[in-house]
Design a binder for this molecule. Structure first.
Ligand code: NAD
Length: 480
């Protein structure tokens, strides 16, 4: 097939780039144009078994290297990624749809995250505890848990992948990664950087295929000691059940339904500016995307007006075109799901202020949408919209807004806007969430822990907690 897509999609197994042994393929489609970009090879059982065997071999070599040696390889890979930023960002936009500026920022984040994990791997410290016996040394060692299987969603094709690669390899584990079939090119480009940086064979495998078949096969194997997923809560529960059979440990970065509380004293202009950028980033397909906006009744009308006005002026288009602020959603299936949530809210009494419809053109475009006065019976207040839709509601009492903010099973991100530090603190402590942004939405950096509570999952990616998830503890008592 002739393709202008700037990456050849292959599987990486045991240090070699291969096509699937069964020669099955799928099409990669550009969500902004509906064009077929290229073909994706799908792994069969033989490829997965080779990946498992290779991950055992790769683990034995990688874990025996010095932490400084592993750091060097990962830092080199990060340098190669930085040098290839423009090309990888273009691939990312072609397959995911997000504006090129967002894709570039994501590559910059990913380079930093890889550098950070590279360094932090040198600080996987244990400790010494004073002995109780004569000449006794009590030593706490931190060891890599073993071969890891990881599954990454398509919404951050670079960052989701690099967080898993950085955490696992930084800790000295080997990794078999199933990146998303919607965005394979970015993952391949990143894996090539690691391979060129001199990673030992088998330390990293990259596969694509039928997701359920891949997780069934990999998770049934006792070889895999840890599972890491960025994906939906439903898939998280399925993988955790599979992991339970051989008691693998899990890190689960799952869905969210982030509440925003705008208190009576918030700066309307500043909070709207910050929230518009956060809401429509990646067309709302972000697990931490602000989704349920609870605005104090004193500010409600001007806040809603300004928010809707700004949303209506966002420029929708192909992410490769200059000036585009909002790209397409990932699949046509998502368009229908978002549309159905908006119709349901309208039917139940919500006011549609802007958007609310798909755009009739090639590609999966949904207009930036604002719903006001959304009643609590609307499905959109419980189901993750994962699209460019904001639901805004008034509130008047603290306890009431906290109860509403905490009313979903999710608990990932939450946001608070106020000038009152004491009120901010009361709100921060009352929210059921793994992440709280106060007067800002910058809740994810390489050095900070990122993760949810309740049905948003558990465990962190990023920060020392991110590395800790790939380490196990050994206690040694020595007497000489
Ligand atoms: P999804 O759970 O269907 O897919 C996510 C990843 O898991 C993909 O790579 C997919 O191929 C894979 N997958 C799907 N079914 C699988 C199976 N049976 N076995 C193994 N892998 C499987 O989710 P999606 O709809 O593609 O992505 C969006 C979801 O991901 C949203 O719910 C979103 O909130 C969540 N998400 C969470 C975070 C986070 O860090 N908490 C980040 C991004 C996305």
């Amino acid at each position: 097939m002739h393709s202008v897509f700037p990456e050849k999609i292959e599987l990486l197994v045991d240090g070699r780039w291969v096509q699937g042994s069964e020669r099955n393929t799928a099409e990669l489609v550009n969500p902004a144009t509906a064009e077929v970009l290229t073909e994706i090879p799908l792994a069969g059982v033989a490829d997965l078994q080779r990946a498992l065997d290779a991950s055992v071999k790769g683990f034995s070599v990688w874990k025996e290297m010095t932490a400084a040696g592993r750091c060097e390889a990962l830092r080199k890979a990060a340098e190669l990624m930085a040098a290839d930023k423009e090309r990888i960002a273009t691939i990312l936009t072609m397959e995911n749809g997000k504006p090129l500026a967002e894709a570039r920022a994501e590559i910059e984040f990913s380079v930093e995250a890889l550098q950070w994990y590279a360094e932090e791997g040198k600080r996987a410290y244990g400790r010494m505890i004073p002995g109780r016996l004569e000449n006794q040394r009590q030593i706490v060692l931190k060891e890599p848990v073993g071969p890891v299987a990881a599954f990454a969603a398509w919404n951050f094709p670079a960052a989701n992948v690099v967080r898993k690669i950085g955490g696992a390899l930084g800790a000295g584990c080997s990794l078999t990664l199933k990146a998303s079939e919607e965005t394979p090119g970015t993952a391949v480009a990143i894996a090539r950087c690691l391979e060129k940086a001199g990673l030992p064979e088998g330390a990293l495998q990259l596969v694509f295929g039928v997701p359920d078949e891949i997780s069934s096969y990999l998770l049934a194997s006792p070889v895999i000691r840890k599972v890491s997923l960025t994906g939906s809560t439903a898939v998280g529960k399925l993988l955790q059940r599979r992991a339970a059979e051989t008691l693998k440990r899990c890190t689960m970065e799952l869905g969210g339904h982030a509440p925003v509380i705008v208190h009576h004293d918030a700066d309307i202009e500043k909070s709207v500016a910050v929230l518009i950028a956060a809401k429509y980033r990646n067309a709302g397909q972000v697990c931490t995307s602000p989704t349920r906006f609870y605005v104090h009744q004193d500010l409600y009308t001007p806040f809603v007006q300004l928010f809707a006005e700004k949303a209506a002026h966002l420029k929708l288009g192909n992410g490769l075109e200059a000036g585009t602020q909002v790209g397409p959603v990932i699949t046509r299936r998502r368009l229908a799901a978002i549309e159905s949530l908006v119709r349901d809210a309208e039917t139940k009494g919500a006011r549609l202020l802007t958007g609310g419809r798909r755009i009739e053109r090639d590609g999966n475009f949904f207009a930036p949408t604002v719903l006001a006065d959304v009643p609590s019976s609307a499905r959109i207040l419980r189901e993750e919209p994962f699209g460019p839709v904001a639901s805004i509601m008034p509130f008047s009492h603290f306890d009431d807004v906290i109860e509403r903010a905490n009313s979903t099973p999710y608990g990932l991100a939450s946001f608070v806007f106020t000038r009152d530090a004491a009120l901010a603190q009361r709100t921060e402590l009352a929210l059921e969430a793994g992440l709280v942004g106060v007067n800002n939405t910058a809740i994810s950096a390489p050095e900070t822990p990122f993760g949810g509570v309740n049905e948003s999952g558990y465990g962190s990616e990023g920060g020392i907690e991110g590395l800790e998830g790939y380490l196990r503890t050994k206690f040694i008592s020595e007497v000489f």
